[in-house]
Structures are given as structure tokens and as C-alpha cells.
Write a protein of this length. Structure first.
Length: 273
């Protein structure tokens, strides 16, 4: 009886031991994940390098960043006839800018990667039909004359695209000469040559929009005080009737050729001695 009971006990213990081991293996065995159709490729590997600014009708080309073997499309309201090509160095795209109004338009890339995961990227394309603003002409200054004496008037003309203009010079009364604009880029004013200028050259600095753009040369001649002749109040001018002509001839220092001086006559002997 004891022997008969021992066999089943051993068998039972062996069975229990095997059962516990099987349960442990079953608890630690890895489980394969179910495939997911919504997985998305990281944005770091998908993108578009669009031009900074384009005009309607432009033919453009740009590079695309996406995993090799991907399948995707690029679309935008600002692009027509978009074509994507995969080459050895990566993806490139070409398109024609649509006839749209100026503005910023979204460009989207959607598709799947080589592993079946979704790929997506967006970018902005700036469309502007306006031409660049022309460079404004340089400012100029002109004086009606380049020479003046104290009190003289000088007309100053400045042409500029700035909103204000003036000139400054020590040659002009007050130094600062404000100019009035005509609304078409011309500023005019009248300067007066200062009374205390000295004879010489002065610079006339021209300003437009608060910035000096030129200096022109202006010459001056100082005022002179007229010299009055000194008149003795005790002297009175002669009347015409009192004018007298000098008597005799003017002594030139030589005697007339036909005249003989007494000394010459006394020293001359005549007749036979």
C-alpha cells in the first residue's frame, strides 16, 4: 500500500513542478505588438525647403526631406503642376506659382513612409507680385549765387525725398535757414548774408530729414567803410576869377640853345690879341 501510494505522489509532485515552470514561462514570454495604421514618422525627417519669395507665374524648384521609398503628394492653393522626383541625393519638387493675390500660402506634404507609417509636413510660401520700390534719388542743394556781400539775398533750393530740409552756415544771418516744401520734393528759402562776415569762404551745410548730405562753398566780401577826404574848415576854395596862370616858362634845368649866359660871354675873346 505504501509503495502504491508513493508512485502517484511522485507523479503528482512531478506534475506540479512541471506545471509551475510552464506557468512561469508563459508569464515572461514577449507579446508581438499589433500593427498600427496611425503611426507617424517623426517630423524631423520630413520637410520642404521653399523659396523665400516668389511671384505669380514663376517656375520654382525646391528640395524635400523624406525617407527613401516614401509615397506622398504636395499640394497648395499657390502652386500648380506640382511634380516630385526621388533621386540619389534625395527628393526634389518642381511647380508653377499660381495666379493668386499677394500673401502667404500654406504648402502641405502628406503620404506614407517606406514602413507604411504616415508622414506629414507643412510650410509657408510667400507670394508677392509687387516690384521692389525704386531707390530714391540722392538729395541735392543749389544756391542762386555763390558770392555775396553783407545784406545780399541768396535763394536756396534743396531737392530730396525726405519730409523736411534746411541749410546752415555762418555766412548767413542767424546761421539756420529753414526751407519750405512744395509737396513734390523741392524745398526753397531765402538766406541773407550776415553783416559781420569777413572776406573769404564759408561752407553751407545742407540737411534732409535731419541728416547732412552735402556742403557747398560760398564766398563773401566784407563791407568797407568809405574814406572821406580831410578838409580844413579855414580853407575856402578859389572862385574861377581868382585863378591865376603862372608867369614865365617852366624851368627844365636847361637854357635855350640861342641864349648866352653872361658868364659865357665874359669868357669869350674876339678880335686879334
Amino acid at each position: 500500500m505504501l509503495k502504491a501510494l508513493a508512485i502517484p505522489a511522485v507523479a503528482l509532485a512531478s506534475a506540479l513542478a512541471l506545471g509551475s515552470t510552464a506557468s512561469a514561462f508563459a508569464a515572461t514570454a514577449p507579446t508581438a505588438p499589433a500593427p498600427s495604421a496611425t503611426a507617424t514618422t517623426p517630423a524631423a525627417v520630413v520637410g520642404m525647403d521653399l523659396p523665400s519669395a516668389v511671384k505669380p507665374g514663376d517656375a520654382i524648384a525646391f528640395s524635400v526631406l523624406a525617407p527613401a521609398g516614401s509615397r506622398f503628394a504636395i499640394s497648395s492653393a499657390a502652386l500648380d503642376d506640382v511634380r516630385v522626383t526621388e533621386g540619389k541625393s534625395g527628393w526634389t519638387a518642381s511647380a508653377t506659382v499660381a495666379r493668386v493675390k499677394d500673401g502667404s500660402y500654406g504648402v502641405s506634404l502628406t503620404g506614407t513612409g517606406p514602413d507604411g507609417a504616415n508622414i506629414r509636413a507643412t510650410a509657408q510660401l510667400k507670394v508677392g507680385a509687387a516690384t521692389p520700390k525704386p531707390t530714391p534719388a540722392p538729395s541735392t542743394v543749389r544756391l542762386s549765387k555763390d558770392f555775396g556781400r553783407p545784406g545780399d539775398k541768396v535763394v536756396v533750393t534743396v531737392r530730396t525725398s525726405a519730409k523736411d530740409a534746411y541749410v546752415s552756415s555762418r555766412a548767413f544771418a542767424g546761421g539756420h535757414v529753414g526751407l519750405k516744401g512744395d509737396g513734390k520734393g523741392a524745398f526753397t528759402g531765402t538766406a541773407t548774408v550776415a553783416n559781420d562776415v569777413t572776406t573769404g569762404y564759408y561752407g553751407v551745410d545742407a540737411f534732409a530729414g535731419g541728416t547732412k548730405f552735402d556742403t557747398v562753398k560760398f564766398s563773401t566780401e566784407a563791407a568797407t567803410t568809405p574814406v572821406k577826404p580831410h578838409v580844413d574848415p579855414n580853407l575856402k576854395p578859389l572862385r574861377p576869377a581868382e585863378h591865376q596862370k603862372p608867369k614865365g616858362s617852366v624851368n627844365t634845368g636847361q637854357a635855350p640853345a640861342t641864349a648866352a649866359t653872361p658868364a659865357a660871354t665874359a669868357g669869350t675873346k674876339t678880335g686879334r690879341g
